[in-house]
Design a binder for this molecule. Structure first.
Ligand code: GRF
Length: 213
């Protein structure tokens, strides 16, 4: 059984998708928010998951906040820390502490559109495909080794909200998938590179009926 701690800042729909997926071999030890008013906390509480708030406003700087956050995380001794709409930039010290044990989801096909307002920027750039990325976190923002991506089309009449919704549906699919791999012991970071042990062979292609006569 792998224990995970999920960090959120707001709505928490990715956290919800992970919890609802009921992943074999995954125990959500805690949900932690840096905002006391994060909507996702109610869902976690209602599902009996321990919640904690580490309010970044209560700390003088990033280092102090990250140290307090790490203390709360470590009390749960997680195998993996899952950033799910966690909107704080983390210090290098924090990132190094959880090297290979820290995943994030970003709403673009990285390395395109790191940072904020990805859907607006995708529309402005006129790209024809967009998507989401699950990646290991490194000290460089939205730049860590890529675990899995999902691609969606950008349609002619899309606005930011329509595109965001299409991407979000895929986020809710690929984050549980990445965690399934992790729980099965198939996903790791080795020497700074993602290692995903091979998928078992499944498809045998079409079944061609024997030709008679
Ligand atoms: C998601 O689009 C995630 O990729 C981004 O922020 C959004 C958070 O949504 N980092 P939610 O809180 O998981 O609903």
């Amino acid at each position: 059984m792998k224990s995970i701690v999920i960090l959120i800042s707001g709505r928490g729909s990715n956290m919800e998708a992970i919890v609802r997926a009921g992943l074999d071999g995954v125990r959500v030890a805690a949900v932690i928010s840096n905002r006391p008013d994060a909507a996702g906390l109610a869902f976690a509480r209602a599902h009996g998951i321990p919640v904690a708030v580490v309010d970044h406003k209560a700390y003088p700087d990033r280092a102090a906040f990250d140290a307090a956050l790490a203390e709360v995380i470590d009390a749960h001794t997680p195998d993996l820390v899952v950033l799910a709409g966690f909107m704080r930039v983390l210090t290098e010290t924090f990132v190094r502490r959880y090297e290979g044990r820290l995943l994030n989801i970003h709403p673009s096909l990285l390395p395109a559109f790191p940072g904020l307002h990805t859907h607006r920027r995708a529309l402005e750039a006129g790209v024809k495909v967009h998507g989401a990325t699950v990646h290991f976190v490194t000290a460089d923002l939205d730049c860590g080794p890529i675990v899995v991506q999902a691609v969606v089309p950008v349609l002619a009449d899309d606005d930011e909200a329509a595109l965001a919704a299409r991407v979000l549906a895929q986020e809710h699919r690929i984050y549980p998938q990445a965690l399934r791999w992790f729980a099965a012991g198939r996903l790791s970071l080795e020497a700074g590179r993602v290692r995903l042990r091979d998928e078992p062979a499944t498809s045998a292609g079409c079944v061609v009926p024997p030709v008679e006569g």
